[in-house]
Design a protein around this ligand. Sequence first.
Ligand code: FVH
Length: 296
Amino acid sequence: MTQNTAQKTPVTLLGLGAMGTALARTWLTAGHPLTVWNRTPGRAAGLVGEGAKPAGSAAEAVAASTLVVVCLLDDASVGEALADADLAGKDLVNLTTTTPAQARARGEWARERGARYLDGGIMAVPPMVGIPEAGGYVFYSGSKELFAEHRETLAVPVGTTYVGEDAGHAALYDVALLSAMYGMISGATHAFALIRKEDIDPVAFAPLLVDWITAMAGPSITQTGKQLTSGALTEDVVSNLAMQVAGVPTFLTTAEEQGVSPELISPFFELMRRRLALGSGDEDLTGVVDLLVRGK
Ligand code: FVH
């Protein structure tokens, strides 16, 4: 542990899985008095050797500090772990991945027990924690006062981005960004499948894919955001939907020629076709958002 521990905000951390352990180390290194608890006690041993104080139960750990951070498997495990804890007067920060509705309900649950509540969505993997240049951060939402008071302590492991008082919004931003990531990776997966049986080196192909996705994603995503706000879906259109749908058979036939299942890309093409059938040929792809939300 570093010096000046007495001046640093004490932290209680419940959950010493891969992420919890990474978070714990950064608070210890920064000199925060740290109380830890994990359902399986053996996992605390390393951290205790580094200066953490082990608690015999979750309730005991909660009693040790005003600021209580939980990083457990899922919402059910949070309920189980905190079942016997006295949360009155506590500042509960829940970094467990949940749905927005679960986060809102957990916030209400905490308030009923006398705690202030902040929910967090971690946009980092354990090796990024404590490495500022890795770019990891946590979306926070819920109690503005709690966030303002503990911002400095919460910023020790990774950056912080506060997205408002609705406790469900951190989880929503988290899942939205991860969903976009899976969509992007599914596109790259299809691209690699197309070249798989050819004499093309995937290692040499990868940077072409990265550069192309980087060049296309930024302007396209920015444009979608602007059009959704303005409602002007035919403004500043570069590649209109009619032209893009006309190109769909080329993509599907190429997949067939290469012996690749189109199951990753077909659903999006189907949505593009449905949007075109509504007379939206002069738009670009933004209208597909409304198609997903409204079903038309
Ligand atoms: N690791 C990652 O890459 C991601 C990055 C983004 C954010 N996630 C979320 O962070 C939460 C914790 O993830 P983790 O990586 O620490 O997960 P595990 O290593 O599997 O550790 C799980 C901990 O939860 C404890 N636990 C499970 N069930 C219960 C329960 N019923 N009561 C009390 N504790 C429970 C488990 O304890 P044990 O198995 O050691 O006894 C671990 O401490 C998670 O929401 C990710 O989605 C990580």
